[in-house]
Design a protein around this ligand. Sequence first.
Ligand SMILES: Nc1ncnc2c1ncn2[C@@H]1O[C@H](COP(=O)(O)OP(=O)(O)OP(=O)(O)O)[C@@H](O)[C@H]1O
Length: 261
Amino acid sequence: MTKPLFEMRQVEVSYNGEPVVFDMNLKLDKGEVLGIVGESGSGKSTLAKAAMGLLGSEGSVTKGSIIFKGNTLLDMSKESLRRLRGPHMGMIFQNCESALCPLRTIGDQLFEALQEHGQRNRKDAREQALVMFKKMNLHDGNRILKSYPFELSGGMNQRVGIAMAMMFKPELLIADEPTSALDVISQAKVVEEITSLREEYGISMVIITHNIGLVSKIADKIAVMHQGRLVEYGDAGAVINNPKEDYTQKLIQSVPRIRKG
Ligand SMILES: Nc1ncnc2c1ncn2[C@@H]1O[C@H](COP(=O)(O)OP(=O)(O)OP(=O)(O)O)[C@@H](O)[C@H]1O
């Protein structure tokens, strides 16, 4: 039996010693898409940050283990984790604009991120960026590279953030509410763009959202969180069409007409 690409075993996460996520058990095989859904405050972002080693000084994993390709992340040094982030495990944030530095151009930030992971040639980096921008429907790539984040629209910054994460073609991409800062039409387009890039590069993904409708279209498995706990977890079709928990039914009822075929 092949080992999962990513796994959480009995994970508890706390802020300042106070647990907010309890007994999380999840598995993701290579090429799979896992949707994590739940209402605001259920612990979804905390889980994503724990997986990426980005909990900050107040937060820590207080029980269990998080395993990526057979390596226990909690045992890794900060430097090894830093090297893993980007080329192996990528992250897309809810608001990519706030993750970008306001004082430097997109091009400088992009090159710096690639340089940190061994890409030294600025011309190659630029070409790679232009290709990825096009795939994200950002057609004026040269202008974007010269722009500061405040010179772009919210939707453009979000696409730039996604393109930057995708440029590394990571084995695992964790997307935390990747479309919630966008209007409904842009949301649908960005989901399509992410899905086609994922298919093209065979990237495994964890998509975190409060909108079960969004993951119903693209996830293979769905995990439902409520008050820091996993309340339902299984194949997306089974969770959507035959939810066992009342809470999942309520989430589904809050979205008009979704069905997984
Ligand atoms: N830095 C922090 N310090 C203390 N408590 C925190 C911190 N960040 C989050 N929490 C708490 O952890 C719990 C889970 O929050 P989290 O942001 O993970 O939920 P979420 O499901 O991602 O919500 P949302 O959909 O609104 O982003 C909440 O009770 C929140 O108040």
